[in-house]
Design a protein around this ligand. Sequence first.
Ligand SMILES: NC(=O)c1ccc[n+]([C@@H]2O[C@H](COP(=O)([O-])OP(=O)(O)OC[C@H]3O[C@@H](n4cnc5c(N)ncnc54)[C@H](OP(=O)(O)O)[C@@H]3O)[C@@H](O)[C@H]2O)c1
Length: 326
Amino acid sequence: MQALLVESLSPDLSGVHLADLPMPTCGPGQVLVRIKAASLNFPDLLMTKGEYQFKPPVPFISGLEFSGEVLEADPASGFIPGDLVMGGQKTGAFAEYAAVEARSLRKVPQGLDCSTAAALGAAYGTAYTALVELGGIQPGQWVLVHGATGGVGLAAADLAKALGAKVIAASGSASKLEALKASCHPDAVLLAEGRFREQVAEITDGKLCDLVCDPVGGDIFDESTRCVAFGGKLLVVGFAGGRIPEISVNIPLIKGFSVVGVRAGEYARRFPERGRVISAAVDALASSGKLHPHIDRTLPLSRWREAFDAMGGRGIVGKIVLVPGS
Ligand SMILES: NC(=O)c1ccc[n+]([C@@H]2O[C@H](COP(=O)([O-])OP(=O)(O)OC[C@H]3O[C@@H](n4cnc5c(N)ncnc54)[C@H](OP(=O)(O)O)[C@@H]3O)[C@@H](O)[C@H]2O)c1
């Protein structure tokens, strides 16, 4: 089968190439899936460089998230051939077939096609864990979402709108603000550069934000500590900007806000019952048409480099979907 193999870690994707590999076999507790669509997530890029917290031994097949059709399943798995499923196990999604643990899969929500399902799970699961489970979002609250053109950010902005919050969608790229308006219909967009606290104060009539969702880090995080309302939460989701910021703890004390670490996958593994509740809630919202996963473009797996370069170069609004076997 065709698969995207990370043969060695490299800063420039030089250790990554398409390879012909043996078809995987379905072991006990596993499900064999013919992958129809896989979506690119920032950790996929980091893993090719060895810069993600999870460091699989090389060689490994890239890709943490896919959807597809069950070909074979352990009878105890709860799946049968023909089921459409979505999920993944951190690696192995950018391939024609994958044999994965049944617990890493769930059925594609009713009404969704496989491409949309592949773009839904990780981004919206992370957004839901951050905003609802850990953030306690309420209708009418002001929510500032950074990196809102990205997979997690756009999902967070879309979800917050669906839950009745007032959303400021922020991007560091002026050229993407119009696309951002069209893709998640926020209450306001913000060019997040320099000192943006005064703009946030103006937009919110001086209230500032109950929740700030930050997948970018660095200077964005630093300035965001000035944008959280008393009693609010600054949700630390990631560091797409590259710098892990630091904070003096007197700042959240004086300003009365919490800094909350979000680790969605680990949260679901440690609290599997909560993980199931989160997935079910995301799926129900998606099936009822309240969520709008935004696919920037769909590419054959053979054009994987274009996808990875676009993500590294901040040239995406939403998600890129890769289709194997094409
Ligand atoms: N905590 C968790 O559970 C969890 C789960 C999934 C992902 N993450 C993390 O969340 C972050 C975002 O992931 P994602 O999949 O949403 O990535 P993504 O689709 O590439 O989005 C990241 C966004 O960050 C912005 N950005 C600002 N500076 C950037 C830079 N130097 N390089 C790249 N992007 C930059 C970009 O928006 P503009 O160009 O519009 O500014 C971009 O759209 C990553 O750090 C990822 O590891 C965390």
